[in-house]
Design a protein around this ligand. Sequence first.
Ligand code: DGL
Length: 292
Amino acid sequence: MPRNPSNFQENLVEKGDPRKAIGVFDSGIGGLTVVRQIHRILPHESTVYFGDTARVPYGPKSEKLVRRFALQNSQFLLEEGIKAIVIACNTASSVALQTVQEHMPVPVMGVIEPGVKAAVQTTKTGKIGVIGTVGTIESEAYHQAIRRHGSTFKVFGQACPLFVPLAEEGWVDRRPTLLIAEAYLTPLKKQNIDTLILGCTHYPLLKLVISKVMGPDITLIDSAEETARELRALLQKRELLRRHREDARRTYYVSDVPHRFREVAERFLGNSLGSVERVDIEKYENPKKDIL
Ligand code: DGL
């Protein structure tokens, strides 16, 4: 029977230490939209963020390669001493969540299920749109997750690969962005969806343009916020929430030179970050080499 990836792994997980940080990784900078929500909803928690800036984008890459990257990134976070892992990248969540859950001794969650939960609670007509990278849409991870909530839901996916560079460049409200959004989103609009999942780390930055094209009757689901809420519930369930108000430490690592990351990061995070260090990610061993 296929394993339900929304269930957090039960067997492997050791009793964790609430004082440890939450590890978050993304293919690059976009996962900071998730970190931003984690800081808002769990302000006392420390976070260690890893952005795989040397190997971004994950969106057009093969599932096998993304799984290898996801395991290496998780191994790095684990060696930093974390109590849970959040895969902030939708592409990695789509194709690697189960693999990472199976190989890490801490709870691991992705961003797909939290967004799906919010979408199925929001929709009135049962017609849900999903936008994401080519990897996310082709994996049909959102389709499958939505159908697990009910077979009557109708799901319409659309890959929007140009949205990632537009968000990274800060072209969030320019005319070409609007034209591109119209080209991608008009077919979805024609399907009469009433709910649209922003299934990519970068898309919350383009919310204004996306809602302009979709119109006021279509609710946009930002999985970053839902993920932070779900993380709080997970930590609570595992008795991993910090019991005392301590100073939260927020550390950032990237796999390429940090200056470009720093430049764009503020836009995603909403405030400035402290130190950003470079990590040689290729030196981190995958716990299970035979899947590579
Ligand atoms: N982080 C990716 C995602 O959420 C977008 C960028 C990429 O393609 O790596 O799918």
